[in-house]
Design a protein around this ligand. Structure first.
Ligand code: 0WD
Length: 256
């Protein structure tokens, strides 16, 4: 029996088989969790439905996290299938492409800043607000994905780094707000992985090569490794851990 047996996990943020959220879904499924997957829009619906079959679920629901009504409806629909949810994974980020290149101050705009923070940080709190009732009294766990650019300046990451700093603060405030309900809130700070979202960052391939050479493990991490850590953090094995940012980056964050 896996360490997530009897857990029900809602996974938000699968866009392709390369998505970190897909690595998380596979690890959670392997450990015995029952899954529900969301898709951002109709364009991604078919792809997510195919992936859902691979992890034995027919629960696929629409959710654009920039829309409060869709977030509310997500939990209304989920309630038709499940009487509670144990785990919510938020693996979503977005900033307009022109914000993810060059000189931060030349390129950042009020609108770009707002969008990056809305979709990449606020939406985590929005999911928790809407999902709180279904998680109540279940030793629930919320998990999001961050990146080292929250703490250090990384070329071209720019406003997304500022949004990730906000997301990490969100983890701490949410963990404090939900702790008395037995709900834990954590993040995995993943090393660079080639996904659709990463392709939007200028010179991302160069950075992958740089990190491969310089990381203590001398290689980049995989979505499977991030998935395993996420599954652990959302399981009862991690019952004493909340408000934590766990690095799954081959040790890159420790180098000087
Ligand atoms: O190197 C990387 N790939 C890293 C990613 C290193 C460290 C952290 N992360 C983070 C990302 O910042 C993000 O928070 O991991 C999370 C997942 O990203 P990913 O797996 O790298 O990227 P991807 O497979 O593209 O999934 C992110 C998805 C979107 O994909 P696209 O490429 O279509 O933007 O987030 C979803 C969307 O499907 N998304 C939304 N979902 C609902 N509503 C929205 C939205 N408004 N916007 C984006």
């Amino acid at each position: 029996m896996g360490f997530l047996a009897d857990k029900k996990a809602l996974i938000v943020g699968i866009a392709s088989p390369r998505s970190i959220a897909w690595g998380i879904a596979q690890a959670m499924k392997r450990e015995g969790a029952e899954l529900a997957l969301t898709y951002q829009n109709e364009k991604l619906q078919g792809r997510v439905e195919k992936l859902a079959i691979q992890c034995d679920t027919d629960i696929t629901l629409p959710c654009d996290v920039s829309n409060d009504e869709q977030i509310e409806e997500l939990f209304t629909h989920l309630d038709d299938y499940w009487d509670h949810v144990d785990i919510i994974v938020h693996s979503v980020a977005f900033a307009p492409r022109d914000q993810l290149q060059g000189d931060y101050l030349e390129n950042v705009t009020r609108e770009g800043f707002r969008t990056a923070h809305d979709i990449s940080s606020y939406s985590f709190a929005a999911l928790a607000k809407a999902g709180r009732t279904m998680m109540h009294g279940r030793n629930g766990a919320l998990l999001t994905l961050s990146y080292l650019g929250a703490e250090r300046t990384i070329p071209n990451y720019n406003v997304m780094g500022v949004a990730k700093a906000s997301l990490e603060a969100n983890v701490r405030y949410m963990a404090t707000a939900l702790g008395s309900e037995g709900i834990r809130v954590n993040a995995v700070s993943a090393g660079p992985i080639k996904t659709l979202a990463a392709a939007g960052i200028d010179d991302f391939n160069k950075f992958l090569t740089y990190s491969e050479r310089n990381t203590p493990l001398k290689r980049n991490v995989t979505t499977e490794e991030v998935g395993n850590a996420a599954a652990f953090l959302c399981s009862d094995l991690a019952s004493g851990i909340t408000g934590e940012i766990l690095y799954v980056d081959g040790g890159y964050h420790i180098i000087g």
